[in-house]
Design a protein around this ligand. Structure first.
Ligand SMILES: NC(=O)c1ccc[n+]([C@@H]2O[C@H](COP(=O)([O-])OP(=O)(O)OC[C@H]3O[C@@H](n4cnc5c(N)ncnc54)[C@H](OP(=O)(O)O)[C@@H]3O)[C@@H](O)[C@H]2O)c1
Length: 385
């Protein structure tokens, strides 16, 4: 296992961190998996209050001496209704400490910050809360995770002295959310960067298009798509930890093997070209042929047309994965740049080199995303407007 600096904290962390969001159903198996990872050099675990029983299972796995062998990151579910006042923050943290069977959390994150929860963080004075918890020794380092767009990501990074940012990044999401630009921005400030969803939750590997497989097969160096995805990430020196939530022991063993040699800056130019070809092959499968030239912009109603089509294409590639649907709701609609603002004036169509019927497509995307979002909200028992 290769170890890396964790920003300015002085921690030395394994480049592969175990994501505890996708534990196997069988608790015994999950505990064995955590211990197997630690026994083989993983010293970073990422869980959250919101990952079903994950904190409880992780807590059990960390008994019998394992707690001292790994850094433990968990998260404050700030966006949820049951956190409505300052006191709720510490109450929740105390519950997490109890679930995890520990007296301190190494890294405590404000979970999944978006426009709404970031506002809530300020309203509830969550940043002061983090500092107070550090002073009390309940947490050692403060951090946040976000699927937020770059502009919000930078605002959060600049707001306080967070020690780590956890971002979604993979070969397809170079310019999505924080993206590589956000990664470099935060790293320049000395923050550790932890990557989540390096395989887009596994969906990058499910139903790999024949075009993508052909590119991989034609390359002389034989590596699986999973390995290429991880390699592209560990090649970046700014990335401290790459989290992956393995579903079984075979995947865990595979990832441990991959991360044995996970040194930064090892990719020659041909490998960069290969990753670009893999990306192109994925993107050739997109369903709206938007080339992101932005000739359609600016829209007089402020609709972010290229971004909406990009989210939709991403979503189509990795169905039924929901992050793009969520991003549409939480970032595009919240910012007032959604397809619901379109009045079909048709100005955009005059400039589109692909001849796309943009207003119709916007309507289709909006309808589909909202149906999915509302179905999910209903499944979680929430009211749908
Ligand atoms: N803070 C947040 O907002 C947030 C959001 C998402 C995730 N996270 C954290 O980030 C962690 C990592 O994200 P992730 O779990 O989505 O990571 P990921 O690596 O993108 O996806 C994990 C999935 O990829 C597949 N996989 C992993 N290794 C494999 C291998 N060697 N070969 C084949 N398939 C493999 C498995 O899917 P199959 O089951 O389909 O085989 C596995 O469940 C999470 O576990 C969680 O701790 C945080």
């Amino acid at each position: 296992m290769i170890y890396n600096q964790y920003g300015k904290t002085g921690l030395k962390v394994s480049r592969f961190g175990l994501g505890c969001m996708r534990f196997p159903k069988d608790e015994k198996e999950a505990i064995e998996m955590v211990r197997f990872a630690i026994d083989h050099g993983v010293n970073y675990l990422d869980t959250a209050y919101l990952y079903n029983d994950s904190e409880i299972i992780t807590g059990k796995a960390l008994k019998e001496g394992y707690r001292d062998k790994a850094y433990l990151a968990t998260k404050c579910p700030l966006g949820r209704e049951f956190i409505s006042k300052y006191e709720d923050l510490e109450k929740c943290l105390d519950e997490e400490l109890m679930r995890l069977g520990t007296d301190h959390i190494d890294v405590y994150l404000l979970h999944g910050l978006d426009f709404d929860s970031w506002q809530k963080a300020q309203k509830l004075d969550a940043l002061t809360f983090l500092d107070k918890m550090i002073a009390k020794g309940k947490i050692l380092h403060k951090a946040f995770s976000a699927h937020a767009p770059l502009v919000l990501f930078k605002e959060i990074v600049d707001a306080t002295d967070f020690e780590m940012a956890q971002i979604q990044l993979n070969i397809l999401d170079v310019h999505q959310q924080a993206g590589v630009e956000g990664l470099e921005y935060a790293a320049k400030k000395g923050m550790a960067i932890v990557v989540m969803e390096p395989l887009r939750g596994g969906f990058l590997l499910n139903n790999v298009p024949a075009e993508v497989q052909a590119v991989i097969d034609a390359y002389p160096e034989k590596r699986s798509l999973a390995e290429w995805c991880f390699r592209w990430l560990y090649n970046m020196p700014e990335v401290s930890v790459i989290l992956s939530g393995t579903s079984n022991l075979e995947q865990l063993q595979d990832n441990l093997r991959i991360f044995e040699q996970a040194n930064s800056e090892v990719m020659p130019e041909e490998e960069w070209n290969l990753i670009a070809k893999i990306r192109e092959a994925f993107e050739s499968k997109k369903s709206i042929q938007c080339g992101a030239c932005r000739y359609c912009m600016p829209c007089p109603r402020g609709v972010d047309i290229p971004e909406i089509f990009r989210l939709y294409n991403n979503y189509q590639l990795v169905k039924p994965y929901g992050v793009d649907v969520y991003a549409y709701q939480k970032t595009i609609l919240s910012a007032g740049t959604g397809a619901d603002q379109c009045v079909s004036c048709g100005l955009c169509m005059k400039h589109c080199p692909q001849g796309l019927k943009i207003p119709d497509l916007l309507q289709q995307v909006h309808q589909e995303f909202m149906e999915l979002f509302n179905a999910r909200a209903r499944a979680r028992g929430r009211d749908v407007k």
